[in-house]
Design a protein around this ligand. Structure first.
Ligand code: TA6
Length: 311
């Protein structure tokens, strides 16, 4: 399909298929052949491929493709709770609900649409949901694929004239191995009752399970995949914390929907709101924006200026 970026018709680029859960799945395509798949089950990004058709997100070979279990991989949406400290299920219910496509959502800035292939999803609580979490919200999610293949997720969560409510949040993003940009930050260590620690060192590497929430992080971090000589540049807004999780060997074996050796090929690096949950008064709206871009690893740490735009 020979479209130049200027006339790229984002709607023509989309197709709707059916995913593993029997729910509709939207396929976004860029003019150069990159793609992304988003399931209406959970509003979950299931796949993100580059122009060469390489999959950039991890999905377990043992993922359980049966609602309400979220597929183990891609980018599950954790809302209204990240973690299991509260009355709700681990990581909240949004990733286990069926979302709908919203044709004409309230507008976003032009840069979130121009030249991009995108889909707008919306989740509202059912009467059943309100029994478990009695807050009237509208959660709008835009997933967009840029002409250079970058993937953006923009969440807008509005308190629809109920009483104030508070939530924590994460884009639970399954990608690759070595991280830079967090090396001198404080973190909660989930393996030691969320004890507050300080990271030392020039990058994070792994020899055992890691389950940490890095606090008040830069809005750009790099995940370097030396094996594939590529770097994931993660940019975020409204998401002060970064969750880093690798289950390593013991926990991998203990998870039914995860291969025993798959800890060697994945890492969760989640833009998140954990330390200071968001409280919305009636009518207020929060926005959390995540952008993922893959660049050749010549942008390694001594060259990668995380504050420079790589456009
Ligand atoms: O910190 C990330 C984490 O909370 C880990 O503790 C682990 O439970 C992971 O998320 C996976 O959670 P899930 O509910 O997707 O199996």
């Amino acid at each position: 399909m020979g479209h130049s970026a200027a006339v790229w018709d984002y709607r023509a680029a989309n197709e709707v298929t059916t995913d593993w859960s029997g729910n509709p799945q939207v396929v976004l395509r860029s003019p150069q052949g990159a793609s992304a798949k988003i399931s209406l089950h959970g509003g979950q990004v299931m796949s993100w491929k580059n122009e060469q058709g390489e999959e950039l997100l991890f999905t377990s070979s043992k993922a359980i493709f049966k609602p309400p279990k979220a597929m183990r991989g891609g980018i599950p949406i954790c809302f209204p709770q990240f973690g299991n400290r509260g009355s709700l299920e681990q990581h909240g219910f949004a990733r286990n609900k069926v979302w709908t496509i919203e044709e004409n959502p309230p507008p976003l800035p032009p840069n979130d649409s121009n030249g991009k292939s995108f889909v707008d999803l919306i989740l509202k609580p059912s009467s059943e949901d309100l029994k478990g979490w009695p807050h009237s919200f509208e959660y709008r999610l835009r997933v967009a694929l840029g002409t250079d293949g970058r993937l953006s997720l923009i969440s807008r969560i509005r308190n629809v004239n109920g009483k104030p409510f508070t939530f924590s949040f994460a884009y639970h993003t399954y990608i690759e191995v070595r991280i830079e940009g967090l090396e001198t930050l404080d973190y909660f260590d989930n393996l030691f009752q969320r004890e507050r620690c300080t990271e030392q060192g020039d990058a994070l590497t792994f020899e055992s399970e890691v389950d940490r929430v890095y606090l008040s992080c830069p809005n750009a971090i790099a995940v370097i995949d030396h094996g594939k000589k590529r770097t994931f540049v993660i940019r975020k807004e409204g998401l002060p914390d970064v969750v880093v999780w690798n289950p390593w060997d013991k926990k991998s074996k203990a998870m039914l929907d995860f291969g025993d050796e798959e800890y060697k090929q994945m890492l969760c690096v989640d833009g998140a709101v954990v330390e200071n949950p968001i409280t919305l008064k009636p009518g207020e709206e929060w926005m959390g924006r995540l952008e993922l871009l893959v660049v050749p690893s010549s942008f390694c740490s001594d060259h990668l200026d995380l504050h420079r735009a790589y456009f």
